[in-house]
Design a protein around this ligand. Structure first.
Ligand code: SF4
Length: 333
């Protein structure tokens, strides 16, 4: 098929979940998808006052792409859940990028709001396809293929995250890699996907964790029902969809199945601050022995060495706990 032009997808925010879906959709319609690289060696980022690190990264990546592509793809993700909303920063993200890029590149920003009929991810992409000149039937077919690819990608998630170098997890051409030797600990890594899987944010903590004998488990492996089941007895409803996913999966793993949990938070994120408080209260109330929890707060100033030291110490805590309670590692995935 003749190439129609280039669509840029910034390597930031929900790229770290939906990239496989988006990429296949646009390629099926004949567009070349270009993704920004990671940060340069000096880690230069664009500073925006009062913004969280992930938003700064969105702007930084968009600025890199603005002269290389015909369009930027940045859907307005208001809600990815039938009853709950994304953080308000997602709603304004396309406008922030439009301002930062001086309107130099058109932004494909069709709305995704699952609370409202007609605004699902599918419908949003069909609208985007129309803006790009595709016929409805072509867009529907492209979405079908993209969705099938995405579902398969999700099914293989644990293999990818554990077998591939973290920088290649979203490289769709990368072969899945070989199963690494049996790991000593199962550790749930919880947080926004753009904190966990962006090596520029997490300083490759997942790579280091694997080298310390930890098998990585993430909330991607849990169903919405499993997550919701953990939230029913909270005195306050968690309104933000990403917050629900974080708290629900953390509570789920608290009841067992893992040797430890690590929650990666963004330093300037109000939602993460609130979630930490909720989690602390729940732990205090439960009074049960639960797997150890490490909360790491990240921003652009976080040093790799400091994080690694804390991870090593956490591994020792899990080791001690295992001896103390005579726990046995059982591999279930
Ligand atoms: S949820 Fe937190 S980290 Fe994510 S975009 Fe909103 S403020 Fe930033």
């Amino acid at each position: 098929m003749e190439e129609k032009g280039r669509i840029g997808i910034p390597r930031a925010l929900m790229f770290y979940r939906y990239f496989p879906l988006w990429k296949v959709f646009f390629e099926e319609l004949g567009w070349n998808v270009r993704v920004s690289d990671g940060l340069d060696k000096r880690g230069n980022i664009v500073y925006l006052e009062d913004s969280c690190f992930p938003m700064k990264l969105l702007v930084t990546h968009s600025l890199v792409l603005k002269t290389q592509v015909d369009y930027l793809y940045l859907p307005r993700l208001v809600s990815l859940h039938r009853h709950h909303m994304m953080c308000p920063k997602f709603r304004g993200a396309p406008d922030i990028v439009r301002l930062a890029t001086d309107g130099m590149v058109p932004i494909l920003d069709d709305l995704v709001d699952l609370r409202v009929k007609g605004h699902s991810m599918r419908e949003s992409l069909l609208k985007t396809g129309k803006r790009l000149g595709a016929k409805e039937a072509e867009s529907k077919q492209a979405f079908q293929k993209a969705e099938a690819f995405f579902l398969n990608f999700q099914k293989r998630w644990l293999e990818r995250i554990n077998n591939l170098p973290i920088k290649q997890v979203f490289d769709l051409e990368a072969p899945e890699g070989v199963e690494e030797p049996e790991k000593t600990f199962r550790v749930a890594f919880i947080g926004h996907p753009y904190n966990l899987f962006d090596p520029d944010v997490s300083k490759e903590i997942l790579t280091f964790a694997k080298s310390l004998g930890m098998r990585v488990i993430t909330s991607e492996t849990l169903s919405e029902r499993e997550i919701n089941a953990q939230l029913s007895d909270l005195s306050k409803e968690v309104y933000w969809s990403s917050g629900r996913e974080i708290v629900g999966s953390l509570f789920h793993f608290l009841s067992g199945g893992v040797d430890g949990m690590i929650f990666l938070t963004s330093f300037k994120c109000g939602i993460d601050a609130l979630l930490q408080e909720l989690i602390r209260r729940k732990l205090k109330r439960s009074g049960k022995v639960s797997p150890p929890l490490l909360i790491l707060s990240l921003d652009e100033h976080s040093g790799r060495e400091g994080l690694m030291t804390r991870l090593e110490a956490f591994r020792d805590v899990m080791e001690e706990r295992r001896h103390e309670f005579n726990l046995t590692y059982v591999r279930s995935t």
